[in-house]
Design a protein around this ligand. Structure first.
Ligand SMILES: Cc1cc2nc3c(=O)[nH]c(=O)nc-3n(C[C@H](O)[C@H](O)[C@H](O)COP(=O)(O)O)c2cc1C
Length: 192
């Protein structure tokens, strides 16, 4: 590790990599099912488990999430990356994104919003806090249920993250996760 020379750079929102996820919303009654790609998403608390998504008010998805107080967060795998990108450039106002990308909408087990059947991991959320942050509104969602593809749970009951082939987003580009560099706490574990 070298101490590299720095320059003061443009922009403010350069935190990367981040997850890029498909947020599911709607209930097929007041609002049709829809998907919106969100990169400004993060875990914010573990007890109760909560995450945040930040959405611009002008998005079609804003009202279903704000008014129903429900949404899902679906982590795509690398095979879904074109759908992930496209759901971030077309609007549910005029497009059925589930049909366009041949994705399966499955009503959540705890919320009316849909999960994406093809996603390896989906989180069902209920809004517990809403924060107006200027350009974006941050919705903090309590995670009421986690749905995982059964074939990605290994013999020890752990999520097989390598086989899940998840996607990250950094500086305008999508990446797969690459090689594993170590497990939590590996730096202090004694070598066998
Ligand atoms: C990689 C990526 C990340 C995005 N992240 C966000 C985000 O965090 N918040 C947001 O409001 N829009 C985000 N967008 C833009 C919306 O996904 C996009 O405007 C979408 O078409 C809105 O869909 P809707 O009109 O059906 O709600 C992102 C787009 C892409 C491609």
């Amino acid at each position: 590790m070298a101490n590299s020379k720095k320059v003061i750079w443009r922009g403010g929102t350069q935190l990367a990599p981040v997850p890029a996820v498909l947020v599911g919303c709607g209930d097929q009654r007041r609002w049709k099912y829809n998907l919106i790609t969100v990169a400004w998403c993060g875990t914010v608390a573990s007890d109760p488990p909560q995450l945040s998504i930040s959405i611009r008010r002008e998005r079609y998805s804003y009202a279903p999430i704000a008014e129903s107080g429900e949404f899902t967060v679906n982590l795509p795998d690398a095979a879904m990356v074109a759908a992930l990108d496209n759901c971030g450039v077309v609007s549910g106002r005029d497009t059925d994104k589930f049909a366009l990308h041949q994705l399966t909408a499955v009503r959540g087990s705890r919320v009316a919003a849909p999960i994406v059947g093809e996603a390896p991991l989906s989180l069902e959320c209920r809004v517990v806090k809403t924060l107006d942050l200027g350009s974006h509104t941050m919705f903090v969602g309590e995670i009421l249920a986690v749905q995982v593809s059964a074939d990605l749970i290994d013999a020890a009951g752990k999520f097989d993250v390598e086989r899940a082939n998840l996607v990250a987003f950094a500086h305008g580009h999508y990446f797969d996760l690459g090689k594993c560099l170590g497990g939590f706490g590996f730096s202090v574990r004694k070598k066998r």
